[in-house]
Design a protein around this ligand. Structure first.
Ligand SMILES: [Zn+2]
Length: 220
C-alpha cells in the first residue's frame, strides 16, 4: 500500500488516499477516507458559520480522519482576520474531536504556529505541500509536527531539504497536481537514499502514529 495523504482526486492503482473535501460537506459519502475543512481561499463572510456548523456535524463521521486543509495564506485575497478566525475555530474543532489537522500555509508559518499554541493544540499536525527550506522544516518538526511533500519535490532544492529530514516525520501527496503518487515516492526515496519499499512502510507507520491503525491494512 502506498499512502497519498492529501489528494483532490480519487485513488488510482495501489494507492490509499486521504481525499480532501473543501465544500459540500453535507454530501460526504459513507465510504472512503476524508479530510474536511474550510480552505482560506474560499471563505465568505456571509456563509462561513453555516459551513463550519456542517463541518462540525459531519466531522463526527468515522471516515473523516482529519480536519483540513485549513490554515492561513498571506498571498490569497481573503481578509486575514477572517482567515485567522475560521482557522482558530477549526483548530478548536480538531481538538474537541481528537482528529489531526491538515494545514495549508503560505507565508504565514509563525502565525499558524501561534494559533496552534494559543489554542493549546494537542492533535497531530501535518503541514501539507511543504515547499520551504531546512531551517523552517526543522522548526516545524521541532514543534512535533509532520511535513507532507508533493509537486514541489520536483525542485532539486527541496530534494536537498528532504534528504536531511527524519523519514518518520514525513508524508507524500499529489494534492490537485497532475502527478502520480508513485513519482513522489520515487523522488523521495532517492532523496532519502532508502528503498521505495522501506519508504512506503515507514509512511504507513507514520500514518498509524497520526491516525491510528483502523484505516490501514497494516502489514509489518
Ligand atoms: Zn489541497
Amino acid at each position: 500500500m502506498i499512502i497519498n495523504i492529501h489528494s483532490h482526486g480519487p485513488a488510482t492503482g495501489e494507492e490509499w488516499v486521504l481525499k480532501n473535501v473543501f465544500e459540500h460537506f453535507d454530501r460526504l459519502p459513507g465510504t472512503g477516507w476524508y479530510s474536511m475543512g474550510l480552505h482560506p481561499w474560499y471563505l465568505r463572510e456571509n456563509d462561513w458559520k453555516g459551513q463550519l456548523a456542517l463541518l462540525r456535524a459531519k466531522s463526527e463521521q468515522p471516515n473523516v480522519l482529519a480536519i483540513g486543509e485549513c490554515g492561513l495564506d498571506k498571498v490569497c485575497p481573503t481578509d486575514p482576520a477572517l482567515q485567522k478566525l475560521v482557522f482558530t475555530e477549526q483548530v478548536k474543532l480538531a481538538n474537541e474531536t481528537g482528529k489531526p489537522l491538515i494545514i495549508h500555509c503560505v507565508r504565514a508559518f509563525d502565525d499558524v504556529l501561534s494559533v496552534l499554541k494559543h489554542n493549546g493544540n494537542k492533535v497531530p499536525v501535518i503541514f501539507h505541500g511543504f515547499y520551504r527550506g531546512l531551517q523552517l522544516a526543522n522548526k516545524l518538526l521541532g514543534e512535533g509536527h509532520y511535513l507532507s511533500f508533493g509537486k514541489a519535490l520536483d525542485l532539486k532544492t527541496l530534494q536537498q531539504v528532504l534528504k536531511q529530514l527524519p523519514p518518520d516525520r514525513i508524508f507524500l501527496e499529489t494534492d490537485d497536481a497532475s502527478i502520480s503518487i508513485e513519482s513522489r515516492y520515487q523522488l523521495a526515496a532517492e532523496s532519502l537514499q532508502i528503498g521505495q519499499d522501506s519508504l512506503s512502510l515507514q509512511i504507513q507507520k507514520n500514518a498509524v502514529t497520526v491516525f491510528g491503525p483502523a484505516p490501514f491494512h497494516y502489514d509489518n
